[in-house]
Design a protein around this ligand. Structure first.
Ligand SMILES: C[S@@+](CC[C@H](N)C(=O)[O-])C[C@H]1O[C@@H](n2cnc3c(N)ncnc32)[C@H](O)[C@@H]1O
Length: 278
């Protein structure tokens, strides 16, 4: 049985199909999800009980990486595969350090877009556009992106929990290269990617369950495959590491080390080399 359609749900969406944006929202404790999303999310939790914790770890990495970019003076951000922009999103985090930071959110999910448009309606420095990450040049050429982002100056591009939805046939490396070509020297690429390294049989079953139930199949990759996606960027310390081990806050450090192999999800930040112009 499907939910009755809430007021904020766009008419075009199919309430019988789960979406990764809304399942992720459920893991993060948000309210922009439907019965079908919650059912798939609970099935995933049955296989891997720490899925909600992983979603929170990814969000905390995103925030630490954005603070790193902001500390380097970056005042413009493009968050691709942003999901529902709640629970400490990029514009709030960046503006803690750079009050005037401008942010473009991109997602193909109509619920993420609809909710993002409401949240950002009175914010001239942030916008949410609906686009497919697999057409990165269309994102770069989008009029709202061009209005907000100056590609002659460093920009931070976020691909968090996004590239594992891009198949080998859709060429994630080419996707990154297209973005890289548009980024000025000093720009940051912020990546988090699910991995099949060391995954248990149960977790592999969870992936099969997701790929059977969802129109958005996932393609987990190894550490080395993920590192190769950052080719041409100078990877900041500590490198391509488990998401919770990327520069954890002092209070998170002990737990992060204890949870060393828990998530099989890698994170990294790359900087485009060359002299900066901005
Ligand atoms: C797991 S959520 C991650 C949300 C957020 N980036 C984070 O890390 O917390 C993945 C998001 O990627 C979006 N997505 C997946 N494939 C996409 C594509 N081809 N183009 C644009 N967005 C996509 C989904 O709609 C979803 O919102």
């Amino acid at each position: 049985m499907t939910d009755s359609r809430p007021e904020w749900a766009p008419a075009a969406i199919n309430l019988d199909q789960p979406s990764s944006a809304r399942v992720w929202d459920y893991f993060l404790g948000g309210s922009h999800n439907f019965e079908v999303d919650r059912r798939v999310a609970e099935q995933a939790i049955a296989f891997k009980p720490d899925m909600p914790d992983l979603a929170r770890q990814v969000r905390m990495f995103l925030q630490r990486a954005v603070r790193t970019a902001a500390a380097a003076g970056i005042d413009q951000y493009i968050d691709i595969g942003a999901g529902v922009p709640t629970m400490g999103p990029v514009h709030e985090t960046a503006r803690e350090t750079v009050p005037g930071a401008r942010v473009v959110y991109v997602d193909h999910d109509p619920v993420a877009v609809a909710h993002g448009e409401v949240i950002l309606a009175d914010d001239p420095g942030a916008v949410f556009i609906q686009a497919d990450a697999r057409s990165p040049q269309a994102i770069l050429d989008h009029p709202e992106v061009r209005a907000l982002i100056d590609f002659d100056r460093p920009v931070a591009v976020l691909l968090c929990s996004l590239l594992h939805f891009v198949s080998a046939a859709d060429d994630p490396a080419a996707l990154v290269k297209t973005l890289q070509a548009a980024m000025a020297p000093g720009s940051h690429l912020i990546v988090q990617h699910a991995s099949n390294d060391g995954q248990s049989g149960d977790v592999v079953k969870m992936l099969q369950m997701w790929n059977t139930n969802s129109p958005e199949p996932m393609y987990w990759r190894t550490h080395d495959e993920i590192e190769a996606l950052l080719d041409g960027f100078t990877i900041l310390e500590p490198g391509v590491v488990q998401v919770q081990l990327w520069r954890p806050d002092a209070e998170e450090q002990a737990r992060a080390e204890q949870d060393h192999d828990r998530y099989a999800s890698y994170a990294a930040v790359g900087v485009k080399p060359g002299s900066t112009t901005g």
